[in-house]
Design a protein around this ligand. Structure first.
Ligand SMILES: *[C@@H]1O[C@H](CO)[C@@H](O)[C@H](O)[C@H]1NC(C)=O
Ligand SMILES: *[C@@H]1O[C@H](CO)[C@@H](O)[C@H](O)[C@H]1NC(C)=O
Length: 288
């Protein structure tokens, strides 16, 4: 127990060292979700941005990618542009953009800004239907998966689940929510009802009362809407009952028909014999 606590403290100190870089760099953490437009600020009050560079690191195994050097775009990337005050615009963000971006003014080597871009995503569910239990998983993806923990421990971000009216679902007994700061994710489990079709569930990152970003999941029952599905289901059920009834009763009906046929045949034979006998005995019978 004590050991674990010490390791935790060491980790915190290590993270702390990283985050308060002694070289004068400023660290900024941004969490975004799919399709957002985001502006990474250089955090500098430079009148002239012409000598500023933006450099990107995808993970610790990748080489630095020079995005902009002295106002010149260095890579073929249509979603990137420079904004006012040396800022970097990224349009239509995707998970691929996760990493950290460095804004480095040429003249002031030790005054750069590190912007860590984290990505929030709710895992998609495949087939869902009313009555089924679903678990949605909300995950923060980060540079080397390392800094995500610090978002919650040091930066004070929180991950919550809300409905379409922004009501926190934490205390709603319909939803079981389980979060892990360690793995930077949160899962929500619920049993879906008929009326949940088209309902929106959102995983939000908040800091204080400010919503930083949110990733949404819309409940969509596969194929037909449940009502049409129910109607089709009922029709099929009725057809099955009719067919079953026919199959089960057919032998009985055939048997009955055979018995009736035999009986009436016997009766006919009997009555002919009777008539014959009676007639031959010259008993007056109207039907002879
Ligand atoms: C992002 O910017 C583009 C171009 O300005 C715009 O068409 C689009 O609607 C923006 N998207 C969002 C999510 O704001
Ligand atoms: C954003 O990117 C996605 C693919 O990641 C694309 O399907 C979509 O059309 C893009 N949206 C805009 C507004 O460019």
């Amino acid at each position: 127990m004590a050991n674990k606590y010490h390791i935790y403290l060491l980790e915190l100190m290590f993270l702390g060292l990283f985050l308060t870089d002694t070289s004068g760099a400023t660290d900024v953490h941004m969490i975004v979700s799919d399709g957002e437009n985001v502006t990474l600020s250089c955090n500098l009050t430079l009148s002239d941005c012409t000598s500023t560079s933006w450099i990107y690191y995808k993970d610790s195994n990748s080489n630095a990618v020079r995005l902009f050097v002295e106002n010149l775009k260095m890579i073929d990337h249509e979603r990137l542009s420079l904004g006012p005050n040396c800022s970097l615009n990224i349009y239509n963000v995707t998970k691929e953009d996760v990493g950290f971006f460095v804004c480095r003014p040429q003249m002031e080597m030790y005054q750069f800004t590190n912007v860590y871009l984290h990505f929030l995503q709710v895992s998609p569910q495949s087939e869902i239907e009313p009555g089924s239990s679903v678990t949605l998983s909300c995950q923060v993806y980060s540079y080397d998966n390392y800094f995500c923990k610090s978002l919650f421990i040091i930066e004070g971000f929180q991950m919550i689940w809300v409905n379409e009216s922004d009501v926190n679902l934490q205390s709603d007994s319909r939803y079981q929510i389980s979060s892990s700061t360690e793995h930077c994710n949160s899962s929500l489990t619920t049993t879906l009802l008929n009326e949940d079709n088209n309902r929106e569930l959102r995983c939000q990152i908040i800091k204080g009362t400010e919503v930083k970003t949110s990733a949404r999941y819309t409940v969509k029952y596969s194929g037909n809407s449940p009502n049409i599905k129910n109607v089709i289901g009922s029709i099929i059920r009725v057809i099955i009952i009719i067919v079953e009834f026919a199959v089960l009763t057919a032998p009985t009906v055939i048997l009955l028909l055979i018995i009736c046929e035999r009986r009436s045949g016997k009766r006919r034979a009997q009555s002919t014999r009777l008539n014959y006998v009676n007639c031959s005995e010259s008993v007056v019978l109207s039907d002879c």
